[in-house]
Write a protein of this length. Structure first.
Length: 525
């Protein structure tokens, strides 16, 4: 379809039709070749059982040859056209600007992943006696799905710069039986299991838009088809600029993977849970419907259920957080409730134990001989601990020691206390300079012998210091290089009035490292 986005429309249209006719004529041989090719893939290990993504070559990277023209999807390993239409293949290895990356005949776009992507038309009004509603579809085989399991189906799309229109017509059809090719250029009349129409008309030509949905297969599907499955009269479209009505999208990073079932047996207060869900075919759903994830009381009673999460899509994942007010108990249950219509749609039958873990309090103190500092974690017995911090600090002790700390050890330290799978955290800030030298924030020289003199608190790691104190006008009122000498709030014997004074304190450590700190001290009377 990329050819239709070029300016020389008549010539390219004839060329496009010729490519389509050639493809239809070759399908009988193509099926045999494809079956042989799948056997080669299985025996050579390209498709690995148990891989997270059930789609091989999901980002269109692997190829039998570099694309050189429009309609070259067959050169992408494992991918092909599902109909007589001509979806495109774009790769960074292409020597031609028609099929290159990031620039190509349809516009300019960097891949979402790797160096390749595909392109197809989801809507068009291109006149031709060969079709009435031209569409393009891409298909590939996947590892077999398991009936009754839940799967996430996602892909990234971006509207091409050459596309005159955008649409809301992208879906995914799964099949396991029947032909891998429909000899038509028109709309394929099948019902896709996945429709991304609720995402609206996608008009973004700059960014990749991630489309995501869930579904539960009723058959062991082994193939997918991606394209536009809605008839033109039910498609929402938006015009970018005048011209032939075409909605053409790049597609990349196709993912089909099984979603783990919710099977929690034990949770912790404050922890998060994620519950995947999907509305089965024929189920009730309206645009104003909200699905609520609710938690019972410790005995499994939902009379006073607590809502911990919500969602309003036909499929997805509801995330919830267990509130901190919960009681410890072993009989909790979770459920999903629909609001329109209002009824319970799912209950997790197994009981869940929720435990509460009391807080841990992080602290720090100087060692008695001033040789370092000790981190402290005050918590109930029976916990395991893990500390992390600056300068690649890691410790599993409850009271770890930092010997001869330096400025590089300054920063936030985090302690995690864990018991029975539940954990709690706290943090403490360690300031290296403050650990060596402390200047009180205030003193009161009023003659009561309590905090009458301003002294500097210094560790034995300080070799020299120089303290200067200034009044609000910048005049120095006190100076000393003697750690034992303090200030009594006087200048030349004259007591000063209450005021906030500034100070500059410079020092040299016993290892020769200099540093300077500044601050304020308040004189109170």
């Amino acid at each position: 379809m990329a050819k239709y986005l070029a300016m020389i429309f008549p010539f390219l249209l004839l060329s496009r039709v010729f490519v389509c006719l050639q493809r239809i004529a070759a399908r009988t041989i193509g099926v045999i070749i494809r079956l042989q090719f799948v056997i080669i893939l299985l025996t050579s290990g390209f498709i690995k059982a148990g891989a997270q993504n059930l789609v091989s070559n999901a980002s269109f990277e692997e190829h039998t040859d570099c694309p050189s023209k429009a309609g070259d999807l067959a050169k992408c390993l494992g991918w092909e056209s599902y109909t007589g239409g001509s979806p495109d293949y774009f790769h960074g290895c292409a020597s031609s600007g028609i099929a290159g990356v990031p620039g190509n005949v349809a516009g300019t776009q960097s891949p979402h992943d790797g160096q390749a992507y595909a392109g197809f038309a989801t809507y068009s009004k291109i006149p031709s006696p060969l079709w009435s509603d031209y569409r393009e579809y891409i298909t590939t085989s996947i590892q077999p799905l398991v009936i009754g399991e839940m799967y996430q189906v996602s892909l990234s799309v971006s509207l091409s710069e050459g596309s005159q229109f955008g649409s809301n017509n992208i879906g995914v059809f799964f099949f396991d039986k029947g032909t891998h090719f429909i000899p038509t250029y028109d709309l394929v009349k099948v019902k896709p299991q996945i429709s991304y129409s609720s995402s609206g008309v996608i008009m973004n030509t700059v960014d990749w838009i991630r489309l995501n949905s869930m579904f539960i297969p009723d058959s062991a599907y082994t193939n997918i088809v991606i394209g536009g499955f809605k008839p033109s009269d039910s498609i929402l479209v938006a015009e970018r600029y005048g011209g032939t009505e075409i909605a053409y999208y790049y597609v990349d990073s196709v993912v089909v993977r099984k979603v783990p079932k919710f099977n929690e047996r034990k949770l912790c207060v404050g922890s998060s849970i994620s519950v995947p869900y999907v509305v089965r075919e024929g189920g009730d759903f309206s645009s104003d419907n909200i699905f609520l994830l609710q938690l019972s009381d410790p005995f499994g009673d939902f009379a006073n259920a607590v809502t911990i999460g919500s969602a309003n899509r036909e499929s997805g994942v509801i995330d919830g957080t267990l509130p901190s007010i919960l009681q410890t108990g072993g009989g909790y249950k979770v459920r999903i409730v629909s609001t329109s219509p209002e009824h319970t749609v799912w209950v997790y039958d197994d009981s869940i134990r929720i435990d509460f873990v009391s807080s841990v309090v992080a602290g720090i103190k100087d060692l008695p001989d001033y040789s370092g500092v000790q981190l402290t974690a005050d918590a109930s017995p029976g916990r395991s601990y893990e500390w992390t911090g600056p300068n690649a600090f890691v410790s599993k002790e409850q009271y770890p020691i930092i010997v001869s700390p330096t400025i590089a050890d300054s920063g936030i330290y985090i302690v995690t206390a864990t018991i029975d799978g539940c954990f709690t955290r706290d943090t403490i800030n360690f300031d290296f300079i403050e650990s060596l030298i402390g200047v009180p924030s205030a003193f009161s020289p009023n003659g009561d012998n309590i905090n009458d003199i301003l002294y500097i608190n210094s560790s034995k790691n300080v070799q020299e210091l120089h303290l200067k104190i200034f009044n609000r006008w910048g005049q120095m009122v006190f100076e000393t290089t003697d750690i034992k000498k303090g200030w009594d709030g006087r200048v030349k014997g004259q007591a000063l009035e209450p005021e906030v004074f500034g100070y500059v304190l410079s020092a040299t450590l016993i290892n020769g490292q200099p540093f300077i700190t500044k601050g304020n001290v308040t004189l109170i009377r």
